[in-house]
Design a protein around this ligand. Structure first.
Ligand code: BYC
Length: 471
């Protein structure tokens, strides 16, 4: 097993000290990262002690250590999952050949683009969430937010490491640019759509961590299959952290839905009881789910075919789930536009890889929804996933309008009914009014969210997860 160097300036399990040039390059990047964190990381609470989990080893059981940490002192490190001995490329044109430990020249640009796109999302999400501390529903939730934020920071380190190590000068420039783009800034936006949307309230935060982090899970699963072994190992370790982010989203939403269900069962209108009504929850769900569907790219994509053919980005759990790892002959049936009409067509499987990945994602989202709906049992109400054609900005449905059931409608009808389906200004104002103040008393929770069933790492629910103003 590779040993973990925890006490170096940059904690790592990649023997960083044996490569002085790389170590120097990353040590030069580190202060820029910290300056970015101070400028664009969480507002307030930077000097407070937060009960955080830090990666200390990469083996299955004991990689996490919990303690109070000030966020700027978090031990952001470089951790790769253990190598799989004799690993071979699992799909595409080079199927069966040994995996690459260096970047093959012919795949250099494509691979760099994939890594930059992945890397760009990590700081973006921290920027999007930076103001949430001011309206947190409890210390428990505040701590979870910061845990997600520091781990996104670590994921940024993971991608910056790959760029510095394998892409020379271009890689160093790209790593700097990851710290320079800004979520939502029209002049220097983040690369992907969903990462330029503000996340200024906790309903959006929990929807984002349920649906957008779940895109992260599927993209990481696809990149974990990569023939470029350092990327695969990096993504495998990131997936262990990603699971916690989805837990934060899904359990946060469950607790919101539980509060709403309590009101409904008691015959109270949720808004009158300081909770969230189901119509508002559904609209936020529609919004974040549709933006997250966009993150899988076009239904028919030559990029996706190229990524697969080159052995750079596979299908989740390629070896166990699929028999044909070349995907040269199969096809995928989907409706496509021809002469303005949607008609069923068989698309060459490699060109449909974005849709294959999106299918796995949708199936996983349905499971999350099923768990939320369990909380609503007995109320006669439920939440649903809208059609994947609804409110799309990428892919073939982007130039058309659909209602949430997937029925094609005119632009005028969409504009007229938009506020029935997506958060209106009034909905956003209501959500903001519910979340106007932070709840910072240990063990207390805002009116719109139920307490969690248990605390973090065996601690009680009223534990001081954030020791604010104690420095
Ligand atoms: N917004 O063939 P197309 C995560 C661009 S989340 C804006 O349709 P392709 C996380 C595309 O770049 C996971 N632009 O798509 C979660 C291309 O541009 P160029 C992040 C978009 O290339 C929460 C053009 O449209 N990881 O980790 O097959 C918190 C046509 O491309 C969008 C990855 O995404 C969009 N939504 O697939 C923190 C994995 N969609 O080349 C973190 C790496 C597409 O014409 N990225 N475009 O300039 C990829 O695998 C692919 O780039 C994509 C797109 C799946 C995103």
């Amino acid at each position: 097993m590779s040993s973990v160097q925890l006490h170096e300036k940059i904690p790592n399990n990649v023997s960083l000290s044996s490569d002085r040039r790389l170590q120097r390059a990353l040590e030069e990047w580190q202060p820029h990262f910290l300056a970015w964190w101070r400028e664009m990381g969480p507002e307030r609470f930077q000097e407070d002690a937060i009960y955080l989990r830090t990666a200390v080893s990469v083996d299955a059981g004991g990689w996490a250590h919990f303690d109070y940490v000030r966020m700027p002192e978090y031990r952001w490190g470089i951790f790769l999952a253990e190598p799989v001995p004799e690993r071979r490329i699992g799909f595409g044109n080079d199927f069966g050949k040994p995996v690459w430990q260096e970047v093959p020249g012919e795949h250099r640009n494509t691979l760099r683009r994939l890594i930059v796109t992945q890397g760009d999302t990590e700081p973006a999400s921290v920027e999007q969430q930076r103001r949430l501390g001011a309206t947190c529903p409890s210390l428990y939730d505040l701590r979870n937010l910061f845990q997600v934020n520091v781990e996104e920071g670590r994921h940024l380190w993971a991608m910056a490491y790959l760029l510095h190590t394998y892409f020379g000068r271009d890689g160093r420039e790209e790593a700097r640019a990851l710290l320079e783009r800004r979520s939502g800034n029209p002049d220097t936006p983040r690369i992907l759509g969903a990462f330029n949307q503000p996340i200024d309230d906790w309903l959006s935060f929990f929807m984002f961590t349920t649906f957008t982090d779940r895109d992260g899970k599927y993209q990481l699963l696809a990149l974990a299959e990569s023939g470029f072994d350092p990327l695969s190992r990096t993504c495998r370790f990131m997936l262990t952290e990603e699971a916690h982010h989805m837990f934060v989203g899904e359990s946060g939403m469950s607790r919101i839905v539980e509060r709403t269900a309590e009101c409904l069962r008691a015959g109270k209108e949720p808004r009158s009881a300081g909770a969230l009504d189901l119509a508002t929850i559904q609209k936020y769900l529609n919004f974040w789910y549709s933006l997250s569907l966009d993150l899988f790219g076009s239904e028919v994509s030559t990029n996706a075919a190229q990524f697969f053919g080159a052995g750079l980005k596979g299908r989740p759990r390629e070896e166990e789930r699929y028999q044909d790892h070349l995907a040269l002959e199969g096809s995928y049936e989907m409706d496509v536009y021809e002469g303005g009409q949607l008609v069923p067509k068989a698309i060459a499987l490699r060109s449909a890889m974005n849709e294959v990945l999106r299918d796995a994602y949708v199936e996983d989202c349905l499971k999350a929804l099923g768990r939320w709906n369990k909380r609503l049992e007995g109320t006669g109400a439920e939440l649903v996933l809208p059609s994947r054609r609804f409110h799309r900005e990428q892919g073939m449905f982007a130039r058309h309008c659909f209602d949430p059931a997937g029925r094609e409608i005119t632009e005028e009808e969409f504009a007229q009914r938009r506020d029935e389906w997506l958060p209106s200004d009034a909905d956003r104002a209501y959500v903001r009014s519910l979340m106007a103040h932070p709840v910072l008393e240990p063990g207390h929770f805002a009116s719109w969210i139920a307490p969690p069933p248990r605390g973090i790492n065996g601690q009680p629910i009223d534990f001081r997860y954030v020791r604010y103003d104690e420095q």
